[in-house]
Design a protein around this ligand. Structure first.
Ligand code: FPP
Length: 234
């Protein structure tokens, strides 16, 4: 089990709404249960020796959800910071955010600033929270920055390579994901790490995110370990 651990696992935490609905609960309670599942997977990632874990917490499209649901998720994020910061530090987890979180309200920004600054010197698992993240917006932003550089003469268009583009993404300091897991029964990427997932292994599961356990995670990692990765070669 310990061999062939992916260096970077990314997760689309899907199914919170359906989980809550099936139990006659409010959506917020589904997201709350999803947050609990996430905490366990963060812990398990450290134990397994995964170096990077990225979770899709809130997409650029999620603002379209009801005000109630959006404010519930934002509240959960702040609760997460208050309740988990000490444990994240105990477990040597470094947290950062992928996406422009300054678009959120002042309290959320303050909370995320606190989370990232207070964990910045940790050297264990790097936990990346994709918040107000969308892959297309990320690529458009990169294209626009590169266009500006070409226009100002800092860059020649003929020098634009994969690496030059990668360097302009939110993930510039992070290796591409080796494994993307999507629980919740849908078979799609939903605007998540589209550039970075070029050679990622994908694992889909019917289990709704709040029910996703460390054992389920272990099984996904084990399945990943059996895959033959060729990166386009033979
Ligand atoms: C998708 O499920 C999930 C989300 C849009 C939010 C994920 C958020 C959390 C797990 C909460 C906290 C996160 C952090 C980082 C503290 P869905 O509501 O789309 O599920 P459905 O498809 O069943 O409706």
């Amino acid at each position: 089990m310990k061999s062939n651990i992916p260096a970077h696992v990314a997760i689309i935490m899907d199914g919170n709404g359906r989980w809550a609905e099936a139990r006659g609960l409010k959506k917020f309670q589904g997201h709350d249960a999803g947050m609990k599942a996430m905490k366990e997977i963060v812990k398990r990632s450290s134990v397994l020796g995964v170096k990077h874990l990225t979770v899709y917490a809130f997409s650029t499209e999620n603002w379209k959800r009801s005000e109630d649901e959006v404010s519930g998720i934002l509240k959960l994020l702040m609760i997460y910071v208050e309740s988990e910061l000490a444990e994240l530090n105990t477990n040597n987890v470094k947290v950062d955010v992928l996406g422009d979180y300054t678009a959120a309200n002042k309290n959320v920004v303050k909370s995320l600033d606190k989370l990232t600054s207070k964990t910045k010197d940790n050297t264990g698992l790097q936990f990346h929270i994709a918040f107000n993240y969308g892959s297309r917006a990320e690529i458009v932003r990169a294209a626009s920055k590169l266009a500006d550089e070409v226009k100002s003469g800092v860059l020649n268009s003929s020098d634009i390579t994969d690496e030059v583009v990668s360097d302009q993404l939110w993930t510039s300091d992070i290796p591409d994901p080796d494994l993307i897991i999507r629980p919740g029964g849908e078979i799609r990427l939903s605007n998540f790490l589209l550039w970075q997932s070029a050679y990622a292994e994908l694992i889909f599961s019917e289990v709704l995110w709040p029910d996703y356990t460390p054992e389920e995670y272990d099984r996904a990692i084990e399945e990943y370990g059996k895959r033959k990765r060729r990166f386009g070669g033979r």
